[in-house]
Design a binder for this molecule. Structure first.
Ligand code: PLP
Ligand code: CA
Length: 305
């Protein structure tokens, strides 16, 4: 009697799995690319699945670009068959959440990159204007907007203390929602350095406000709800979620009732998955992948006769 999950699969098992599933959800960074470089074999895999009539979508927690921009990136890196409708980013899904779930009437205060604002604008969500650089502005003197109904926090490479201070003030109003594009703690850079993720900014605001943010991106189910509402008749039993991070991708798959696959080209390693599997804490078992492959390039033989 062994533990369930963490099954390293090869040749014929991969072929059977790819035949059995008809809906593939791919995380982006660490699975199909590293920053600006496609992972070896990933373009062949994605293009082959699409040409075989499989449904393929991409679920990324990266909120910094609008979907348009991702489409160009996919094309540039050689994923020539990917269309806008297949891309689900935490910025796009945050815009859908504000528009369709919250039906926000009032402004949104955004901590994030321009790409996040662009997605909100396209969905018709009004955002508090970013002020031009005013080196003397402080929280003692700066104006605050009167009709802020949500604070949305994502990755922001121009974060300032003033932005954190303003967000904290808006969050004092219990009617003002506290949303996060994602809660990723950090991201690896190809140089071996790391980038603090949205999660680190959200932690600062959670402490300052004494509140908990609602997370839109993985591992929250909302991204899957966006996918289901746009692809009719998606059956979770027919889906495979492929990702590189246990705490986001595998948990997302488990939360949505999908089979999960960890690729070892990104953040998480086999040992961490096995630790979660062997853990006595039962909630840790939701982070255990059903299947493990070294890289999605291991799919390629399954496409050959
Ligand atoms: N957010 C930012 C700012 C990132 O740089 C990255 C990865 O590089 C991510 C999120 C994670 O993206 P994904 O969910 O595609 O792994
Ligand atoms: Ca990833």
């Amino acid at each position: 009697f062994g533990f369930k999950g963490c099954q390293k699969i090869h040749g014929p098992q991969i072929r059977n799995l790819l035949q059995a599933k008809d809906f593939f959800l791919f995380d982006c960074d660490g699975v199909i690319w590293h920053g600006e470089k496609a992972i070896t074999g990933a373009t062949t895999v994605v293009n082959s699945l699409i040409r075989r009539g499989k449904n393929v979508v991409f679920v990324t927690n990266n909120s910094t670009r609008p979907r348009e921009n991702y489409m160009h990136k996919f094309y540039r890196l050689g994923f020539t068959d990917v269309m806008l409708e297949q891309i689900f980013s935490s910025s796009y899904c945050s815009a859908l959440y504000l528009r369709d779930v919250v039906k926000v009437c009032g402004q949104v205060f955004v901590i994030g990159c321009d790409g996040l604002r662009t997605e909100l604008q396209e969905a018709g969500i009004p955002c508090v204007e970013e002020e031009e650089d005013q080196p003397d502005a402080t929280i003692f003197t700066c104006p605050l907007a009167a009709d802020v109904k949500a604070v949305l926090v994502g990755h922001d490479d121009k974060l300032t203390f003033l932005k954190l201070a303003k967000a904290s003030c808006y969050l004092k109003d219990p009617e003002c929602l506290f949303l996060a594009t994602d809660n990723d703690p950090w991201h690896p850079l190809s140089s071996g350095r790391i980038l603090p993720g949205s999660g680190s900014l959200i932690a600062a605001l959670e402490v300052a406000s004494g509140r908990k943010a609602t997370v839109i991106g993985k591992p929250s189910r909302f991204m899957f709800e966006c996918i289901s509402s746009q692809f009719r008749g998606v059956d979770p039993a027919q889906c495979l979620m492929v990702g590189d991070r246990l705490e986001t991708d595998m948990l997302f798959g488990s939360n949505c009732g999908l089979d999960t696959m960890l690729t070892l080209t990104g953040v998480s390693q086999m040992e961490e998955a096995q630790e979660y599997r062997n853990s006595d804490v039962s909630t840790n078992h939701s982070l255990v992948p059903d299947y493990v492959v070294d890289t999605i390039a291991d799919f390629i033989p399954a496409f050959e006769e």
